[in-house]
Design a protein around this ligand. Structure first.
Ligand SMILES: NC(=O)c1ccc[n+]([C@@H]2O[C@H](COP(=O)([O-])OP(=O)(O)OC[C@H]3O[C@@H](n4cnc5c(N)ncnc54)[C@H](OP(=O)(O)O)[C@@H]3O)[C@@H](O)[C@H]2O)c1
Length: 299
């Protein structure tokens, strides 16, 4: 039986449960393709097509979003795979993947950012955060980012943040009030969760929107809906997958992100490329919060 190298999780636990081992090479089921992963983040080339596959052939350069991807090869449903043009490298495609799609759906669907808006972005130097800064600036908003260090502040500014608050030194709510003349932000984009949730509510202006899209610091605690009445706030908890549930949605969002890339509206910031065998170290680094932008694995 043909095998491949992969990172396998056989039991839950810390990063030591990410085990590098040989497992069977996937074979494409009906309507599926097998992709040789060039970079896990995820981009690669079609290495096999299953019965009924109409849009792909072996050798096509593609990007896709899926599970079970810390491996040399992955199986994916045809409908979830997109071709990439030759001017987009595998690194860029993999780096842009989930994070740019997430960021773009957040600012177009979850809270459609408008010219003149004040937008607060937590973890502005993170992978999603940097792309949000670029996109909000492009859409004409005034961007306020929060970060935990001077290096991250510089990076957030370079990527479009008009104001950056280092929350280890400054009070975020006070600073946002100062910047917005006490009105607060039209939209708050919060991927940090537990530790920023209260701050997010306080930083939103009357009729504002708070979009909670991640739990980097832990899960947002249960809330009483009546707290929203204080400012007629809207809150939302989106996931990328629910914006890309159909083939049409997938093509629309990928198409728009590729266009942003080709127009140089967005650029990737790759922190580091790790060998697949070093997946544990990649997880240790991202958990340490010293990383910025995107981490990639190379099978
Ligand atoms: N809804 C969706 O569909 C979707 C899709 C993609 C990602 N996400 C979520 O979005 C969030 C950001 O993703 P990302 O790829 O941008 O991650 P990332 O690059 O690792 O950024 C996370 C940042 O959060 C900040 N942070 C604050 N408290 C933290 C803590 N206790 N532990 C770790 N980080 C903490 C850190 O920035 P500072 O040091 O500056 O505070 C860190 O760099 C994640 O929670 C992710 O799961 C959601």
């Amino acid at each position: 039986m043909a095998t491949m190298k992969a990172i396998v999780v056989e039991e839950t636990g810390g990063v030591d449960k990410l085990i590098y081992k040989d497992i069977p090479l996937p074979e494409p089921k009906e309507g599926h393709v097998v992709i040789k992963n060039h970079f896990v983040g995820i981009a690669g080339e079609i290495s096999a097509v299953g019965p009924g596959v109409e849009n792909f052939k072996v050798g096509d350069r593609v990007v896709y979003i899926g599970g079970s991807t810390y491996s040399e090869y992955s199986e994916a449903k045809e409908a979830t795979v997109e071709k990439i043009t030759n001017d987009i490298s595998y690194e860029t495609a993999a780096a842009i993947g989930i994070q740019a799609l997430t960021a773009w759906t957040l600012v177009r669907e979850s809270y459609p950012v408008k010219k003149g808006d004040y937008i607060l972005i937590h973890a502005a130097a993170g992978g999603v955060g940097l792309l949000l800064c670029q996109m909000c600036r492009y859409l004409g908003a005034t961007v306020i980012g929060t970060v935990s260090s001077a290096e991250k502040a510089t990076l957030a500014r370079e990527n479009g943040a008009d104001y950056v608050i280092n929350y280890t030194e400054e009070d975020v709510v006070a600073k946002v009030n100062e910047i917005t003349n006490g009105l607060g932000c039209h939209g708050v984009l919060d991927g940090v969760g537990k530790s920023t949730w209260e701050i997010s509510l306080q930083c939103a202006r009357r009729l504002g929107s708070v979009i909670s899209f991640g739990n980097a610091s832990g899960v947002v605690p249960p809330i009483s809906i009546s707290i929203l009445a204080q400012k007629n706030l809207k809150i939302m908890r989106p996931t990328l997958f629910n914006y890309m549930a159909t083939r049409e949605e997938s093509q629309k969002w990928w198409g728009e992100v590729f266009e942003l890339l080709s127009k140089n509206v967005i650029k990737t910031h790759i922190y580091k490329i790790y060998e697949l065998v070093d997946a544990q170290q990649a997880h240790i680094d991202i958990e340490s919060r010293k990383t910025t932008g995107k981490l990639l694995l190379k099978p």
